[in-house]
Design a binder for this molecule. Structure first.
Ligand code: NDP
Length: 334
């Protein structure tokens, strides 16, 4: 919706703005185009906390020298089902674009394959990687950590990152089923947007610096976020730490917190992406079996499937309504 605080910007203009700002910051062409594709896809789908909103943070980490804008990701594929991508201290989009085709091929051949991405900075949504796999007939699962932002259940001190987890399931001939969620009550970007726009956040989102629950996003940004669903979400956040740090060898969130320069961009960390072929594991008939499941759940009153909102947004080729101050800020960075 247009408002006095927003400006209507076409998807082409969004991509051009992203290309211009990353080139102006000295990124090479491979990194520039991968970053611009990521930002534009997020705005197209309505993942607003991970589109243009992230550009000032991307720029801050390029300027501080923490992130390499000319990174050349390198792949190691010595084991049939294990792909290792060294991101060369760059941003995730190019490392993922380099590794995903190799991961998909390995899973389509072997039934299952896993990709570890290290020396990498993830500042985006995770659905692009899981959706890529589902569009090729594979189940995709991806997760990454951050730096201490979330208090584990029972604690008042930040220890976990917001630790997003994305899962996609292929539905040939239809959009895949995809969920992509922070394991905190809200993604930090959404808390920052609420603080910027002067909105309260729901009860239970986080604690202020005094350790007390608050609905004020500015206070939560000085305090801690909470995991979704109490101790159950906390257990999933812990699993994400072990998958993307224990299983990759890159930082746990608490380690990233020690090494990060707090320039406003993402922290260095690992990402784990798992691909499994239902055709090779469940065998013939999996598609019909799962179509029955999706028909049954979709028939329940009040249901919408995760991913449906984004896929519907994707069909809208019209302009997106972007915060006007953000656009001016990015133009200044060009
Ligand atoms: P949301 O809570 O907005 O959504 C989580 C998931 O639930 C989405 O797949 C969404 O589908 C689905 N969903 C939402 N409402 C419903 C509903 N009523 N019925 C069924 N499904 C629903 O996401 P978060 O705020 O937790 O996370 C936002 C983004 O932040 C994610 O893309 C995540 O990857 C990213 N992130 C990235 C980090 C990083 O370090 N790179 C750190 C933390 C988060 P739909 O999209 O269709 O609405």
């Amino acid at each position: 919706m247009a408002s006095p605080k927003t400006r209507a910007v076409s998807l082409t203009e969004i991509e051009t703005l992203a290309l211009t700002v990353f080139r102006a910051q000295g990124c090479d062409e491979g990194n520039t185009t991968a970053l611009a594709r990521t930002v534009t896809a997020a705005e197209r789908d309505g993942s607003v906390s991970h589109g243009l909103f992230r550009v000032p943070g991307y720029v801050a980490s390029l300027r501080s020298g923490k992130v390499n804008g000319s990174a050349k990701p390198k792949i190691n594929h010595d084991l049939a089902s294990v792909i290792s991508v060294d991101g060369d201290m760059g941003y995730a989009p190019l490392a993922l674009e380099t590794g995903l085709p190799v991961l998909a091929d390995a899973a389509l051949k072997n039934g299952i394959a896993v990709m570890r991405v290290v020396n990498n900075f993830h500042f985006a949504a995770l659905w692009p990687e899981t959706e890529y796999l589902a569009e090729r007939g594979l189940m995709g699962l991806a997760c990454t950590a951050f730096k201490p932002t979330v208090a584990p259940a029972g604690a008042k001190e930040a220890f976990f990152g917001t630790n997003p987890l994305s899962f996609a399931w292929p539905r040939p001939g239809q959009t895949p089923l995809v969920f992509d969620m922070a394991t905190s009550t809200l993604a930090k970007g959404d808390v920052q947007i609420a603080a910027r726009d002067g909105h309260d956040v729901p009860e239970g989102t986080g604690l202020g610096p005094d350790g007390q629950p608050t609905n004020d996003p500015a206070e939560i940004l000085k305090g801690v976020l909470l995991p979704f669903g109490g101790y159950k979400g906390s257990a999933i956040a812990m699993m994400v730490e072990l998958l993307c740090a224990g299983m990759t060898g890159d930082y746990f969130s608490f380690e990233a917190g020690v090494h990060d320069n707090n320039d406003g961009g993402p922290a260095k960390g690992g990402e784990l992406v798992i691909a499994i072929s239902p055709q090779l594991v469940a065998g013939e008939g999996w598609q019909k079996h799962c179509a029955g499941f999706f028909d049954a759940i979709s028939g329940l009153d009040g249901i919408r499937l995760p991913g449906d909102r984004r896929h519907k947004n994707r069909l809208d080729t019209g302009p997106r309504h972007i915060n006007a101050e953000l656009i001016n800020r990015i133009k200044d960075l060009c």
